[in-house]
Design a binder for this molecule. Structure first.
Ligand code: CP3
Length: 377
C-alpha cells in the first residue's frame, strides 16, 4: 500500500502542482461501450450487481479501460446506489432499464426507519478497492514495486442519493423528491443527514482500504432551484467533505465534487472544502478558471457526445477544451490545476477507437501548450 506511483500526474493536478501533461480519465470509463466489459458482465450472470459484488470481476473490469488507453487514473468499479441498497432499499437493475428500489422512502415511517448502514454490508466494495490497488502494482524502470496510476473511490452526494431513494429509480421531473422537499422539508433534511453520515463513513472506509482520491457525484444538484441547491445539496456535500480523512500513506487525498448543472454556483461549490470541482460542458473553462482557479483545480468538461464524431473532430474538440483552460500557471493563490474529463459519463454506444484518439490528443496537445508557454517566458 506504500509503493510509489509511476504516474502521479492526476494527483498532482488535483492538488494544483505542475505536471508534464494534462491528466485524463473519463467518468464511467469502465462500462458497456467496451466489448471486454460486456464479456465479463456475461460471465457474471449478465447482471450489474453480480459484477459489482464480485471482487475478482470488479477488479478485472476496473483495469479494462487502463489496458486499452493510457489513462492517468483508475476509478473503482461500483455504483453510487450501493449505499441505499445497504440501507435495505432493495436495489435491482432490470434488463435494459435503469436502477429500481423495491422499497422507496416516501413517508414519515420510512424516513424514520432510515439508518447509516453497517459497513460490513458494503465489505465487497472495500475488498474491491484493496484488490484493485494490488492489481495496479507493477515494476518501475529500476525494478521496484510501484503503482501504475492512482485509484479513485467515489460516492453519490446526499441529495443525488435522495433523488433515487424517494423516486424509487431514475426520474425525468423529480416530482416526488421535490414534493417532499417543499411540503415536508423536515423529512428531506432527515434523509440528507443520514445520507451525509453514511457517505462520510463509506468514503473514509474506501480511503482506509486504499482509495487515493475520492469523488462525490452530485449528478442531480443542477435540477434544484437557486436557494434549494445551497440548502438541500451543497450544505450536505460540505458536511461529507468536512468528515473525510484527508491524508493517507503520507499523501493528501484529493476530494473532487462534481455537480452536473452547477456552473452558476461555481464559487459556492469551490468553497465546500473540495480540492477539485468537476464541471459539465455548459461551463467555459477560461471563465471557470478566472472565477475559482486560484482556490481549486477544475475537472472536465468535453461533451460526451463529441466522441461520436470522427477521430479528427474528437482531437480538435479536445484541443479546444485544453486551449480554453490554457496551460496551468502560477498565480497569487499558487499553481493551477486541470484534470481533463468528460462533462458527464461516457455513453454506452461510444466507439472505443474514438476514446483512443481523445486520450492521445489530450496528452499531445497539453504538452505542446506547456512547451509554448515555456518558450514564451
Ligand atoms: O466511472 C466508472 O467507470 C465507475 C463506475 C460507475 C458506475 N456508476 C457503473 C455503472 C460510477 C462512478 C457510477 C456512478 C453513478 N451511478 C452515478 C453518478 C454519475 C452519473 O452518471 O451521473 C449515477 C447517477 C448512478 C446511477 C446509475 N447506475 C444509473 C442511473 C444506472 C443505469 C443507467 C446507466 O447509465 O446504465 C446505473 C448502472 C450502471 N452503473 C452501469 C455502470 C457501468 C451500467 C450497468 C450495466 O452494465 O448494465
Amino acid at each position: 500500500m506504500t509503493a510509489p506511483l509511476i504516474n502521479d500526474s492526476f494527483l498532482r493536478a488535483c492538488l494544483r502542482q505542475p505536471t508534464p501533461h494534462t491528466p485524463v480519465w473519463l467518468m464511467r470509463q469502465a462500462g458497456r461501450y467496451l466489448p471486454e466489459y460486456r464479456a465479463t458482465r456475461e460471465k457474471a450472470g449478465n447482471s450489474f450487481m453480480g459484477l459489482a459484488t464480485n471482487v475478482q470481476y470488479a477488479t478485472e473490469v476496473t483495469l479494462q479501460p487502463l489496458d486499452r488507453f493510457p489513462l492517468d487514473a483508475a476509478i473503482l468499479f461500483s455504483d453510487i446506489l450501493t449505499v441505499p441498497d445497504a440501507m435495505g432499499l432493495g436495489l435491482s437493475f432490470g434488463a435494459g432499464e435503469g436502477p429500481r428500489f423495491a422499497h422507496p422512502v416516501r413517508d414519515e415511517a420510512a424516513v424514520g426507519a432510515l439508518r447509516v448502514p453497517d459497513m460490513q454490508r458494503l465489505r465487497y466494495v472495500f475488498d474491491a478497492v484493496a484488490s484493485i490497488r494490488r492489481a495496479l502494482l507493477t515494476r518501475d524502470a529500476q525494478g521496484r514495486e510501484a503503482g501504475r496510476v492512482p485509484l479513485i473511490g467515489f460516492a453519490g452526494s446526499p441529495w443525488t442519493l435522495a433523488c433515487y431513494m424517494v423516486e424509487g429509480g431514475s426520474s425525468s421531473d423529480y416530482r416526488l423528491v421535490k414534493t417532499m422537499l417543499y411540503a415536508r422539508p423536515d423529512l428531506m433534511h432527515r434523509i440528507l443527514q443520514v445520507n451525509a453520515d453514511a457517505v462520510s463513513v463509506y468514503l473514509n472506509t474506501q480511503i482506509e482500504s486504499g482509495a487515493q482520491a475520492v469523488m462525490i457525484f452530485d449528478s442531480w444538484g443542477g435540477v434544484l432551484a437557486d436557494g434549494a441547491f445551497q440548502r438541500f445539496s451543497l450544505d450536505y456535500t460540505r458536511r461529507v467533505v468536512a468528515g473525510l480523512k484527508r491524508e493517507k500513506e503520507g499523501r493528501r487525498i484529493p476530494v473532487i465534487v462534481f455537480t452536473k448543472g452547477g456552473g452558476l454556483w461555481l464559487e459556492a461549490i469551490a468553497g465546500c472544502g473540495a480540492d477539485v470541482v468537476g464541471v459539465d460542458w455548459t461551463v467555459d473553462l477560461a471563465q471557470a478558471r478566472a472565477r475559482v482557479g486560484q482556490r481549486v483545480a477544475l475537472q472536465g468538461n468535453l461533451d460526451p457526445m463529441v466522441l461520436f464524431a470522427p477521430p479528427e473532430v474528437v482531437a480538435r474538440e479536445a484541443q479546444a477544451v485544453l486551449d480554453r483552460f490554457g496551460p496551468p500557471q502560477r498565480g497569487d493563490g499558487g499553481w493551477e490545476g486541470h484534470v481533463f474529463n468528460l462533462g458527464h459519463g461516457i455513453n454506452q454506444h461510444t466507439p472505443p477507437e474514438h476514446v483512443s484518439a481523445l486520450v492521445e490528443a489530450v496528452h499531445a496537445h497539453s504538452r505542446v501548450l506547456r512547451q509554448q508557454r515555456a518558450s514564451e517566458s
